[in-house]
Design a protein around this ligand. Sequence first.
Ligand SMILES: CC(C)(COP(=O)(O)OP(=O)(O)OC[C@H]1O[C@@H](n2cnc3c(N)ncnc32)[C@H](O)[C@@H]1OP(=O)(O)O)[C@@H](O)C(=O)NCCC(=O)NCCS
Length: 136
Amino acid sequence: MGSPFSSSLKRCLMGLHPTEADFQGFYSSEPDFFLVADLNRRIVGFVYGRESKNVPDEVLRRWRATKVGSVEVLAVEEQYRRKGIATLLLNRLFTVFREKEIDTVTLSVPADEYVAKELYDKLGFETRGYVMKKAL
Ligand SMILES: CC(C)(COP(=O)(O)OP(=O)(O)OC[C@H]1O[C@@H](n2cnc3c(N)ncnc32)[C@H](O)[C@@H]1OP(=O)(O)O)[C@@H](O)C(=O)NCCC(=O)NCCS
């Protein structure tokens, strides 16, 4: 049987080019936090999250957090975008996080991924830092 992940979904990740093995890896490392959007047995989007271990107590106190999770990878196949699929995937992931007592979520977005930034802004994420680079 062929892969349920379409080749365009594998291509669509900002040059990350996840392979079938990557998807297997996401699932086996975080089976609770790897969620897919399935349309007629074809996977058209997925999100992969994880619990952030080793967050210092001081940070947890400052954030008033019990446990922290992160959104690691999110993608929706191009032709199915702007239909609310990423929003559904993220909201479902947040429900699963809450079931595991994770009450704070972090993620990073490359500065030129304005679409993703729009999505996260809409979902109520606040910008808490900057990742900076300089060519030497
Ligand atoms: C980012 C991505 C996952 C969004 O998926 P999606 O299913 O299209 O998102 P949704 O339909 O849930 O969009 C929710 C909101 O995000 C914002 N948004 C989504 N696509 C947008 C676009 N092309 N332009 C502007 N805002 C956009 C809008 O506010 C949208 O709400 P609206 O449609 O009511 O205006 C998808 O574009 C994608 O896979 N991009 C490539 C991979 C990527 O960037 N991953 C995230 C890396 S951090």
